[in-house]
Design a protein around this ligand. Structure first.
Ligand code: ADP
Ligand code: MG
Length: 685
C-alpha cells in the first residue's frame, strides 16, 4: 500500500493536487509572516518567561495586538505546556472563530490540535492541546473536575468585561491555585506541587491593577498595540432613530469618503437585520459605476459559516460594511476597517428583582460606557488613520458612565449559585473581585429552594445535581426533569428548545398583522402560548420529514413563523437529547395530544411566575407584588382562567406589567404535588 500511496501522490501532483498542497504551504507561510508582524511578537519571550516564573500573570494589551490568538500558541510552541491549555471567552462566537483562526495558523484542521467547546456545540479530539471555550463551559467542567486537573494553563480572556461567568472563573481559579500550587508548607514536604496550574488574565482596558491586586500582586505585562489617530465626530443634536441615523451616515461615508471598510455598532440582532435590509435596498439603487456594497452581520448567535465572511478579504471595487454588536468591540478584530459608526447603544443583562419577584434576566438596550465608546472608536485606527462617527452628541458622551458595573452586581445569580453548589462552593464563601448584593444572593437561594434544588439547610439535593447537568437555566432544567415523571419529555424538550432559541418564533410583523394573526390561528392551543409553540414545532417536524428545504421555507412564510427560530431550536433540541442520552433519560416519550402533563411540568419550573385571577379580571403574582395582565399578543385570550404561569414580564409604558407566553393552568392546579409547590401553598395560605 506504500507504493500505491506514492503513486497517488504523484498522480495528484500531475492533476493539481500538488498545486493545492503548494497553495496550502504558501498560505501557512503567509500566516506565519502575519504572526511575526503582530505587535505582541516582540514580547513573545517575555511572556513565556513570565508564565513559567509566576502562578498568575496579567497581560494588558490593546485590541488587535495578538493576545488571544498568539499567547496560547507561544505557550504551546515553547514546549513547556503540561496538560491542556484552556482559554475562556465571554461569547461563543469569539470562541469558535478564534479556534478556527488559530487552527489555520497552526496549519491543522479545526478540532485536532486546537479546538473549541461552547454550549450546544464542540469540536475537540484526544489530540487537542489548546481549547477555546466560553467561561460558562469552564464552570461546567469544574462540576466534574473541581481542580481542573486536566489543565496546565488557564487563560481568562476579556477579563475587563467582568461578566458574571468570568468573575466566577476568576474566583474559582483563586481557590484552585491555593490548593494545587500549595508551596513548601512546613511538615508538608519540600516539593513544589506536582501538577501546578498557571493562570493568565488578559484585559483590553486599563484596569490591570485590580486584577493584579486580586491575585496577590501578580506581575502585569503591557503589550503595545498599533494605534493610528482616529478623528471622532459627534452629532449636533441627539438622534431619535439610531438605525435610520446609521443608514444615512453609512451612505454619506460611502459617497464622500475614500475606500475602506465600515464597522457599525448596534445593540442587537433585530437592529442588525433591519439595517442590513435597508442598506441592501439602497445599494441596488446606486449608479452602476459606484463602489459596490457588501453587508456582513456579526452577532453572538450567528452560525459559524456566516461569521467567516466577515474576515474574508473585501472584493475589488467594493466596500464592506460590518454590522456588529459589541462583540467587535474587543473580542474580534476585523482587518480593513477605516470607518466606525457608533450608535452608542448596547444590550445589557439586567435582573429585575423588584418587578418580577425573581426569575430570569432581561436584555435591555442601554447607553454604552465611555470605555466602550473609546474601544469602538479605536477599531477605525488599526491599519492607518481612521474616522469614527458617533450618532450621539458630545454632551451625551460626557454624561456616559466611565465603565460598566460588573455583571455580578446586576444579573440573576440563580444559575451561578447552583453551579457553585455542584463544585462544593458557595456564593458567601467564594472570594469575588466584587461581592454580589445580599438581596440578589437571597433571591437566588429562594429560587433554588422553591425549585427543590437545595433543602432548608441550603444543601444541594439530588434533584439540584441533576438539574445542573443540563445546559439550561435552572428553571428550565427543573421543567425538563419534571417532564420525565410526567412522561412528556419529547414535548417539553421541544418547548424548551424554542424558548432557548435566540430568535422569536412569532416575529412582530405589524405590517400584515391581520393576515399573520389569522394564519397563526390554526396553531392556537386553548391552554396558551407554550402549547401553541409546540403545535407549530410539531407541524414543522412533520413537514421536515416529508418535504424539502424550499417547501419548509414557503410554509414558514405562509404561516408567519420564523424559520430561523425553528432551525436553531432544532439544533438545541439535538443537544438536549444528547444530554438525556448521556444521563440515561428517554427523550422520545411523548404525551401526544394531552396537555396536562406538559402544563404540570412547566409549572414545576415556573412556579415563581404564577399569578391568580382577581375579581376585576387582572392577575396577581403569587410570589411578587405586581398586578399583571396578559399581553395582547398572547394566544391565551378569551375566557379568563383561575391561574396562569408565564415566561417573562415586560413593563409597558403604563404602570401595568404584562405577561408574554402565558399559559392557563386551571386544569392542572389541583394536581401540583411537588414538594416545592406545597411549600408555596403553605407560605400563602
Ligand atoms: P487581541 O486578542 O490582542 O485583541 P487577536 O489575537 O484577537 O488580538 O488578533 C490579532 C490579529 O489577528 C488581529 O488584528 C487580526 O488582524 C488577526 N485575526 C484574528 N482573527 C482573525 C481571523 N479570523 N481572520 C483573519 N484575521 C484574524
Ligand atoms: Mg482578544
Amino acid at each position: 500500500s506504500g507504493g500505491k500511496r506514492k503513486k497517488m501522490r504523484k498522480n495528484g501532483a500531475a492533476n493539481g493536487g500538488g498545486n493545492a498542497q503548494a497553495q496550502a504551504a504558501a498560505k501557512t507561510r503567509l500566516l506565519q509572516e502575519q504572526r511575526a508582524q503582530l505587535p505582541i511578537a516582540q514580547g513573545r519571550d517575555a511572556i513565556v518567561r513570565a508564565v513559567a516564573a509566576n502562578d498568575v500573570t496579567i497581560v494588558l494589551g490593546e485590541t488587535g495586538s495578538g493576545k488571544t490568538t498568539q499567547i496560547p500558541q507561544y505557550l504551546l510552541e515553547a514546549g513547556t505546556l503540561a496538560g491542556l491549555l484552556a482559554i475562556t471567552q465571554p461569547r461563543r462566537v469569539a470562541a469558535t472563530s478564534l479556534a478556527a483562526r488559530v487552527s489555520q495558523e497552526q496549519g491543522r484542521p479545526l478540532g485536532t490540535l486546537v479546538g473549541y467547546a461552547v454550549r450546544f456545540d464542540e469540536k475537540l479530539s484526544d489530540e487537542t492541546r489548546v481549547k477555546y471555550l466560553t467561561d460558562g463551559m469552564l464552570m461546567r467542567e469544574m462540576m466534574g473536575d473541581p481542580m481542573l486537573e486536566r489543565y496546565g494553563v488557564v487563560i481568562v480572556d476579556e477579563a475587563h468585561e467582568r461578566t458574571l461567568r468570568t468573575d466566577l472563573v476568576l474566583a474559582s481559579l483563586k481557590r484552585i491555585l491555593k490548593e494545587r500550587n500549595a508551596g513548601q508548607a512546613p511538615g508538608k514536604g519540600k516539593e513544589r506541587a506536582r501538577n501546578p496550574l498557571k493562570v493568565v488574565v488578559m484585559s483590553a482596558t486599563l484596569d490591570a491593577e485590580k486584577f493584579s491586586r486580586f491575585f496577590d500582586d501578580a506581575p502585569v505585562l503591557y503589550v503595545k498595540g498599533r494605534q493610528h489617530p482616529v478623528s471622532v465626530y459627534h452629532t449636533a443634536t441627539s438622534q431619535t432613530d439610531y438605525v435610520d441615523a446609521a443608514l444615512r451616515t453609512f451612505y454619506q461615508i460611502h459617497v464622500d469618503y475614500p475606500v475602506g471598510d465600515v464597522l457599525i455598532f448596534l445593540p442587537g440582532q433585530e437592529d442588525i437585520e433591519s439595517l442590513e435590509l435597508s442598506i441592501r435596498t439602497y445599494a441596488k439603487q446606486l449608479p452602476a459605476n459606484a463602489l459596490g456594497v457588501l453587508v456582513c452581520p456579526l452577532y453572538a448567535s450567528l452560525p459559524n459559516a456566516k461569521q467567516s465572511r466577515v474576515f474574508a478579504p473585501t472584493p475589488a471595487h467594493t466596500r464592506k460594511c460590518i454590522l456588529a454588536t459589541n462583540i467587535a468591540e474587543t473580542s474580534i478584530t476585523i482587518p480593513g476597517v477605516k470607518y466606525v459608526i457608533d450608535t452608542g447603544k448596547q444590550k445589557e443583562k439586567r435582573h429585575l428583582t423588584r418587578m418580577t419577584g425573581s426569575g430570569f434576566d432581561t436584555l435591555l438596550t442601554t447607553d454604552i460606557t465611555k470605555s466602550s465608546a473609546m474601544q469602538r472608536a479605536g477599531r477605525a485606527g488599526r491599519e492607518g488613520p481612521g474616522n469614527c462617527f458617533r450618532l450621539y452628541t458630545e454632551d451625551a458622551f460626557d454624561a456616559m458612565a466611565l465603565s460598566s458595573e460588573p455583571e455580578v452586581r446586576r444579573s440573576s445569580l440563580t444559575s451561578a449559585l447552583l453551579q457553585l453548589k455542584c463544585t462544593g462552593q458557595d456564593l458567601e464563601s467564594i472570594d469575588f473581585m466584587d461581592n454580589p448584593e445580599v438581596e440578589a444572593v437571597g433571591s437566588a437561594l429562594r429560587t433554588l429552594w422553591l425549585l427543590d434544588a437545595i433543602d432548608v439547610k441550603r444543601q444541594l439535593t439530588a434533584f439540584g445535581r441533576s438539574m445542573a447537568s443540563f445546559p439550561l437555566e435552572p428553571q428550565y432544567a427543573a421543567i425538563l426533569l419534571a417532564s420525565v415523571d410526567n412522561k412528556c419529555v419529547a414535548d417539553v424538550i421541544s418547548i424548551l428548545s424554542l424558548l432557548s432559541s435566540s430568535s422569536p418564533l412569532f416575529p412582530d410583523s405589524s405590517a400584515q398583522r391581520d393576515d399573520a394573526a389569522e394564519a397563526r390561528l390554526k396553531f392556537r392551543h386553548p391552554s396558551g402560548d407554550h402549547l401553541t409553540m409546540l403545535n407549530v414545532f410539531r407541524a414543522y417536524d412533520e413537514l421536515s420529514a416529508s418535504e424539502g428545504k424550499g417547501a419548509r421555507r414557503d410554509w414558514c412564510r405562509q404561516n408567519y413563523v420564523n424559520e430561523r427560530a425553528l432551525r436553531e431550536a432544532g439544533d438545541i433540541r439535538t443537544q438536549l437529547r444528547g444530554v438525556c442520552e448521556r444521563t440515561q433519560l428517554d427523550w422520545a416519550v411523548s404525551c401526544g395530544d394531552a396537555d396536562g402533563p406538559v402544563l404540570k411540568s412547566l409549572t414545576r419550573g415556573l412556579l415563581q411566575h404564577a399569578a391568580f385571577l382577581q375579581p376585576d379580571g387582572s392577575y396577581k403574582q403569587t410570589l411578587g407584588p405586581s398586578v399583571i395582565k396578559i399581553h395582547p399578543s398572547s394566544f391565551l385570550t378569551g375566557k379568563p382562567c383561575p391561574a396562569i404561569i408565564y415566561n417573562e414580564l415586560v413593563r409597558l409604558s403604563s404602570a401595568a406589567a404584562v405577561t408574554s407566553r402565558a399559559e392557563c393552568i386551571h386544569r392542572c392546579t389541583q394536581h401540583i404535588s411537588t414538594p416545592a409547590a406545597s411549600r408555596l401553598c403553605l407560605r400563602h395560605s
